[in-house]
Write a protein that binds this ligand. Sequence first.
Ligand code: G3P
Ligand code: MG
Length: 251
Amino acid sequence: MIQADAVFSQMPKIIGHRGASGHAPENTLAALRKAAEITTSFVEIDVTITRDSVAVIQHDSDVRRCTNGTGPILLKSLEDVRALDAGSWFAPEFEGERIPTLKEAVGLVQELGLGLNLEIKPTAGWQIPTTKQVAKELLDCWPDALPLLISSFAVECLIEVRRYLPDVPLGYLTSAIPPDWERRMAEYDCASLHCERHYVTKDHVDAIKSAGYRVLVYTVNDPEEAKKLLDWGVDAVITDFPDRIFSKLGQ
Ligand code: G3P
Ligand code: MG
């Protein structure tokens, strides 16, 4: 695994959210391909597990919003999950797109040469088994030369993943920045703080950067706002539309 400094030195200022989810169904292989096509070199995706303990790329605990099925993903086998259409809800041209397994997504990330921010997104209550399985699969399949940053809203996941992956940089993921963020960053051995765009101020960015941590902000789709945040010193913005921000920055 690449160490934190090397991961951040390879991290661009613009990261594709759930792939390039403004242009293709989120968290699918199509969204990863689209990100690469529009020259995004780093993507964020969400990972959870199925009933039979296979890590799959999915944001919600229920498959209703992003597939033609319904019900909790934790109660479905991989076979059930693979039978779902995860593309048609977004646009007819994506019909037949599937929920990818983590291993498939990693394979494609490797083929495309992308860096990855993997967000562990357990069904509530299933933080530990989800993290154990994700870590086990990453130890099997993660290509050592590629940058990997793991984040989660669930601190149990951060603690658990550290047991298996001692070197991987961890991101403390939150909506609003907690008043005791500095204590939490140290406690969970995090290298970066990832916060929601509404809650971040320039003072936060200055303080977090002065303490030696990176700051990532999601989900920033307005190019003007992205420019402002990057001018403040935010290390990267996570966006559904990397191409819009590239245009604004003249890239
Ligand atoms: O990791 C940043 C962002 O993805 C966190 O929120 O709900 O889009 O996973 P969410
Ligand atoms: Mg996410």
